[in-house]
Ligand binder design. Structure first.
Ligand code: G3I
Length: 314
């Protein structure tokens, strides 16, 4: 039977997975990663902490490893992420406020330049809004101001004119204060000619809580003239798993896939790694997990079948 990636491609979309370098020593894991998906996102090693650990010293070895693996498997790569309030090196906090815009531009220019032609998308700015729709008070917001997002997009476009440039965030899958704020920003960027091409909805979801407005929300962003990608999908549950929860999770995954399939400009879906063996959830939400379509032993769960059948249209 065809893979998730093949079924997605037949619908004009991709179905991908995040991965991380330490996992690439796990041969059975890599075998599925390499065959089942037609898109890869490096889960950590393109972040500022990894790519510019000391000011002006760029380091691409680990990210290059992921990119070349993807290339050897004919998988596209989403770049993640250029400017984020987390996982940046400590020296950034010591940059004088008046110099931070130049430092940010230099980072974006170098990283997007290095991967020019090798990534289909960049998550240019990640998680810049609070739940109530105000700007998160990150080091970039405090020291550069509201304009830092537009400036990051302009620098990314100049460095890599072929990559589609995305704003990426969580809890913007449904209509609400946070997605309204992102919507207003995209609308403003379009009016002002700021080069934005897409919105990434991370979709770190909770069992039984796929937002009912998800398709409508994807549609309203598409209507602004941007693409939408589901960029970090997982659906966590209270442990332990049981049959009832697995069935609910399968239904939830199906709902997300169908919401994307219903909108032409929803270009693809990425799970935030594909197996419970390497999920970030249990370490951050104790007592929760089992969020992905393969279990810890790399066996397919009901969620896998639901995704497969939704993509296949059966
Ligand atoms: O690299 C060190 C390693 O040397 C050390 O032994 C180990 C001990 O804990 O930690 C390793 O660093 C971890 C890093 O992942 C690399 O594995 C950090 O502790 C850990 O906090 C970090 O977590 C990452 C997290 O972002 C940080 O916020 C997750 O792997 C990654 O999946 C997660 O991804 C984010 C997206 O980028 C943005 N959206 C939310 C998503 C989930 O948090």
């Amino acid at each position: 039977s065809a893979t998730l990636g093949q079924h997605a491609a037949a619908r004009g979309k991709y179905f991908g997975s995040a991965t991380d370098n330490p996992e690439l020593t796990d041969a059975p894991y890599v075998s599925i990663l390499s065959s089942e998906f037609n898109q890869i996102t490096p889960g950590n090693t393109m972040k500022w902490q990894f790519t510019e650990p000391q000011q002006g010293q760029f380091s691409y070895g680990q990210a290059d490893t992921v990119v070349s693996l993807a290339r050897s498997n004919n998988q596209s790569v989403r770049g993640h992420t250029l400017v984020w309030h987390s996982q940046y090196p400590g020296w950034v906090d010591s940059v004088p406020a008046s110099q931070l815009l130049g430092v940010m531009r230099n980072h974006v220019t170098n990283v997007a330049g290095h991967f020019q032609g090798q990534v289909i998308h960049w998550d240019v700015v990640n998680e810049a809004f609070e739940e109530n729709g105000t700007r998160r008070q990150s080091v970039f917001q405090r020291n550069i101001g509201d304009s830092y997002i537009a400036e990051a997009f302009r620098a990314a476009r100049a460095a890599d004119p072929t990559a589609k440039l995305y704003y990426n965030d969580y809890n913007i899958e449904g209509i609400g204060a946070k997605s309204d704020a992102v919507y207003a920003m995209v609308q403003q960027f379009k009016a002002q000619g700021v080069p934005i091409d897409g919105v990434g909805m991370q979709a770190h979801l909770i069992l039984g809580q796929v937002p009912s407005s998800m398709q409508q929300n994807i549609q309203r962003f598409a209507a602004l003239g941007v693409d939408v990608a589901i960029t970090e999908l997982d659906i966590r549950m209270n442990l332990p798993r049981d049959t009832t929860k697995d069935t609910q999770q399968a239904n939830d995954y199906r709902a997300v896939v169908n919401a994307c399939l219903a909108v032409t400009r929803c270009v693809g879906i990425t799970v935030w790694d594909y197996t419970d063996k390497y999920s970030w959830i249990p370490s951050v939400f104790p007592g929760q997990g089992a969020a992905l379509p393969y279990d810890e032993n790399l066996n397919k769960k009901p969620a896998y079948t639901a995704i497969h059948d939704a993509l296949a249209g059966t």
